[in-house]
Write a protein that binds this ligand. Sequence first.
Ligand code: SAH
Ligand code: SF4
Length: 371
Amino acid sequence: MSVNLLDLDAQGLTRFVAGLGEKPFRARQLLRWVHRAGETEFARMTDIARSLREKLAERALIAPPRVLRDGVSADGTRKWLLDVGRGNAIETVFIPEAARGTLCISTQAGCALACRFCSTGRQGFNRNLAVAEIIGQLWIANRALGSAPARGRADEDESDARPERAVSNVVLMGMGEPLLNLDHVVPALRLMLDDNAYGLSRRRVTVSTSGIVPMIDALGEECPVALAVSLHAPNDELRNRLMPINRKYPLRELMAACARYLKRAPRDFITFEYVMLEGVNDGEAHARELIELARAVPCKINLIPFNPFAGSGFTRSPHETIRRFNAQLNAAGIVTTTRRTRGEDIEAACGQLAGRVRERAPRTFGLARAA
Ligand code: SAH
Ligand code: SF4
């Protein structure tokens, strides 16, 4: 059976070429062709000897996930729906901003953790994504966006076009819990950081987790990158209700894991994500509790206005409530920002990703088909 080269990081590729009787520098060449150039045909890899190209064509292939749909939101956010087999699809979202372009990547088809405010969690778990399916999302985005300016609208001023790649930051905040697929997430992270592949800085690659304590330690050991933790509640009682995983790894243990992680992390703070749910976790007393909790670990807090989906049973906190909550935290010296909601018109906002093809087929919403 052919090996999909998108499944292999530098180490895996070195082993693979060694198996063909080739030297390690061939692995570096292949990494550059596959990831930097986005090449899929061995025949076009001109600096590789013809005999090796032929051998590669027999034993290997470069197979990214198939793009089912490609949509651009009015605000420039772009979303790809990718086929991962058996009627399952996952989503990848690109968010262009003036100073950076962020790609939000999925790591599982569905998610087993059933957080009550999350659309992915509501659909249950299907399977872990392969390395090729995780890194394939960045591969596809890079090919589609190239070194174009990080935006999706043609009517904007082109003068601030940046020469580098459109994707400058990656966040593992799409569908799934990255730390429950660490065996595949780590090689994908290594490829993101590899200078022969995507060359992203560790500080610009962020793993977001609901708080799988032992796996936070494992990530710190295997591939420390920036860490975001989905907190969403300032006490165990409320967090147990919103995020069932809290019953297994309660706040005290989670905070201790965050403190341990910081010893290895490329940044000196953890980002705590906090979804604003009206009348559930957005009161003044919640903010006070959150301030106490946040003092335990050097952190920044990112408030996320809840993104509604059908049948969620929650509503987004009003703008004024979010503003006050944010101000209360800032006044206590906790650096807090509120996330701008992007891509809502194509259901690309946080927690709205639910890539089941069957469900999505009849919907069209202003999705512009990209060439
Ligand atoms: N499983 C990981 C990463 C994917 S979710 C995690 O939970 O951290 C990425 C972020 O979106 C998390 O902070 C998650 O809690 C948040 N989120 C989920 N559903 C949401 C919704 N409906 N509105 C806003 N944010 C949501
Ligand atoms: Fe899974 Fe994260 Fe959604 Fe919770 S918020 S169900 S952990 S994807």
